[in-house]
Design a protein around this ligand. Structure first.
Ligand code: SAH
Ligand code: SF4
Length: 345
């Protein structure tokens, strides 16, 4: 039955405008509806008290508001990180992660079930591609997880770094970002939203032109094409030189510093030579380098370098590069850390 009705979750304000006009209602009702769906996270029209009874009745006839279903969640030992497993309408499963730190609460959202890019070190890549998420399914991860926050808690940052490659699901991801950003929607400033990509070059150029100014993180992970081709096969299509051109363009166009993520994998990309090569590579690009020690994925052969090696790598990079950070991995023991998401708990 429901499939004949329209799912309102994921619709933009313009699309809701069209719907209320079709229902012969005043346009401002769309704004009220938009707020109920995204700000309040409601999916029952009856609870939308400032809509007339008549409109609620009409909406029930033609529309519904879908929700992704939480199957399970697990917390890290120190309680700071929580991983949520959700089931979608067609039974596909995705994961989202909530990370509590001293002055911020970050949610990491997925954009695809699985990932088509099959980076050789990543658990999501290993599970292969199932399908793109709809804009509603992307936004709903936030709406649902908000329900599990404690009273005074508030999500402060969104990172689009969960399962999947967001720029291969461009339209839906962009639509979801606009809802996250909208004052009437979830109200996040653009600088609080970061999208991480493996480097889909034409889409980086396109994103730069959207006028959105969200933060961009590029998963570089190697300082030359030879190693990057092995770690991230997409590099054969969009090699480092092309990727850096796009990165530069994004930084210029949005007037911000980009982040390069670099996962350090023992004996693969963590040598002194790699660090020097990396420093040279990013010269002239306003950027920050975020080092992440590899999180172990069972079945995959890669290993994490020891901590000393990570610090040594950082010390070679800095001060050759203007800003270098070591990302403290969160939730590794519950397989909620970067690259460990595979929709199994
Ligand atoms: N597809 C996008 C976003 C999701 S992956 C991208 O690749 O950027 C998010 C980040 O996790 C990427 O920077 C990726 O390099 C990193 N990652 C993947 N597997 C990892 C692992 N096992 N340990 C640490 N980081 C990993
Ligand atoms: Fe996909 Fe990103 Fe994992 Fe590569 S690192 S397989 S692009 S999720």
């Amino acid at each position: 039955m429901q499939s004949e009705k329209i799912n309102l979750k994921g619709l933009s304000l313009n699309e809701l405008n069209d719907l209320v006009i079709e229902l012969k209602e005043k346009q401002f009702k769309a704004r009220q509806l938009f707020k109920w769906i995204y700000q309040k996270g409601l999916s029952d029209f009856e609870q939308m008290t400032d809509l007339s009874k008549e409109l609620r009745g009409k909406l029930k006839q033609v529309a519904f508001i879908d929700e992704i279903r939480k199957i399970k969640s697990i917390k890290s030992e120190d309680q700071s990180t929580e991983k949520f497993l959700f089931e979608l309408e067609d039974k596909e499963r995705i994961e989202s992660v909530l990370i509590r730190e001293r002055d911020r609460i970050t949610i990491c959202v997925s954009t695809q079930a699985g990932c088509p890019l099959a980076c050789t070190f990543c658990a999501t890549g290993e599970m292969r591609f199932k399908r793109n998420l709809s804009a509603g399914e992307i936004v709903d991860q936030l709406i649902q997880i908000k329900k599990y926050l404690k009273e005074k808690e508030k999500i402060t940052h969104i990172v689009i770094m969960g399962m999947g490659e967001p720029l291969l699901n461009y339209e839906n991801t962009l639509k979801a970002i606009k809802i996250m950003h909208s004052e009437l929607g979830l109200g996040f400033a653009a600088r609080k939203i970061t999208l991480s990509t493996s480097g889909i070059v034409p889409r980086i150029f396109q994103l730069a032109e959207e006028g959105l100014k969200i933060k961009l993180a590029i998963s570089l992970n190697a300082s030359n094409d030879k190693i990057r081709n092995i770690l991230m096969p997409i590099n054969k299509k969009y090699p480092i030189k092309e990727l850096l051109k796009a990165a530069k363009f994004y930084a210029q166009k949005t007037d911000q510093r980009m982040t390069f993520e670099y996962v350090l994998i023992a004996d693969i990309n963590d040598s002194k030579k790699d660090a020097l090569e990396l420093a040279k590579l990013v010269q002239g690009i306003p950027c920050k380098i975020n080092l992440i020690a590899y999180n172990k994925v069972s079945e995959l052969l890669f290993e994490k370098p020891d901590e000393k090696k990570v610090v040594e790598f950082r010390d070679i990079l800095y001060p050759r590069c203007p800003a270098v950070t070591i990302r403290k991995s969160k939730g590794e023991e519950i397989q909620a850390a970067c690259g460990q998401l595979r929709a199994k708990m």
